[in-house]
Structure formats: C-alpha cells, structure tokens
Design a protein around this ligand. Structure first.
Ligand SMILES: [Zn+2]
Length: 189
C-alpha cells in the first residue's frame, strides 16, 4: 500500500512531543535541531519520544540501533565500526537507514555516541515516515490496496477506514542492513 504520510506533518509531531517532554517552546525547535546536543534530551527522553511517536502514528519504531543490527546480520560490526569509530561504509549504511541521515551529516571517525548526539528532529520524523513505506500489500480488513490520512492525520485504508500499521521497525531496520550487506558483497564479487 502507498505511504500517505507527509514528512512535514511528522516533523511537527516530533516537535510538539519534544516541546512537551523538554518543557520548551515549539518555536525553539526546528527540523534541524539536534535532539541531544542542542535540545538537551537524555536517553530517557528519547525512549519517551519513540514511544509517543509510535503511539500517535500506530507504528513500532526500532528499539535496536542500526549498528547493533549489523552485529546480528554479520556476526560483528567490523565493516561499519572499527576501534569504536564509524567507517565510510558505516556512514553510508546510516544514510540508507530509516533515519536517512543526510550527506555530510555524519563523518567517518565519529563514535556511536556522536551519531546519537547529532540526530535531528528530521531524522526522527524520517524514521517514522519511512517506516510507512512498509505497509502491508493489502488492508488486513478488506484487502483494499490504497491508504490515506484521516482528519486526525492517521494512516487508514481508503476502502474501510481501518487503521493501518506498518511492519515492525526493527524488522524493517534489520532488512535494510541485510540489503546493504548483500549489495556490498555483490559489489566486491
Ligand atoms: Zn480496508
């Protein structure tokens, strides 16, 4: 099914949730604000953000980091993280993840904590938005194939208005790592 979410709308949702969590004025938060480095969020705030965003949009955002998924897929994270620092492949992998880090946003040599610190409001919105690229092929209620937004900005079926839920965030995140690794092996071979 199609992804009817608009990124700008999800950015506004992330901004509103953070304003409330961090007791900030929403106007102080932009799409490019780094949530930890600039807004001062801590890891508990991030857990709360993930939970609230998932509840609002009826999706389950990834709980495991992309780099941890590489360990599950490859046995270790060596191709992506050497001596605790991102490799060029690690940067590229994160650019192709659900959070879709922009070119130039991350650099080889950064540590995972630096990536965490540099993650912006937009990256969080992208993670949620891009997860909806992974809706089921058909509505589980009526087998319809089209999705739309209702007036509460919820993703529902055009045919029967049932709320639609994408695949689990960790399954999608892991599948993206598997695709990246397969493409990399194909390129070397
Ligand atoms: Zn339906």
């Amino acid at each position: 099914m199609n992804n009817p979410l608009e990124l700008e709308q999800v950015v506004l949702s992330v901004r509103d949730i953070l304003a409330q969590l961090l007791v900030l004025d929403a106007d102080e938060i932009s799409a490019d604000s780094a949530i930890v480095e600039e807004l001062g969020a801590d890891s508990l705030d991030i857990v709360d953000l993930s939970f609230q965003l998932g509840r609002q949009y009826a999706c389950s955002l990834p709980k495991t980091s992309v780099l941890d998924h590489t360990v599950a897929v490859c046995g270790d994270a060596e191709a992506f993280l050497q001596a605790g620092r991102l490799t060029d492949d690690g940067v590229e992998l994160l650019q192709q993840s659900l959070s879709a880090y922009a070119p130039g946003q991350l650099k080889a040599g950064m540590q995972p904590a630096d990536v965490f610190a540099a993650t912006t409001v937009r990256n969080w919105a992208l993670q949620c938005h891009n997860l909806f690229n992974h809706l089921p092929a058909q509505c589980p209620e009526c087998a319809g194939e089209q999705a739309r937004l209702n007036d509460r900005q919820q993703v529902v079926c055009v045919g029967c208005s049932a709320r639609l839920t994408p695949l689990d965030g960790d399954s999608v995140s892991r599948a993206l790592v598997e695709q990246f690794v397969a493409a990399r092996v194909a390129a070397v071979a």
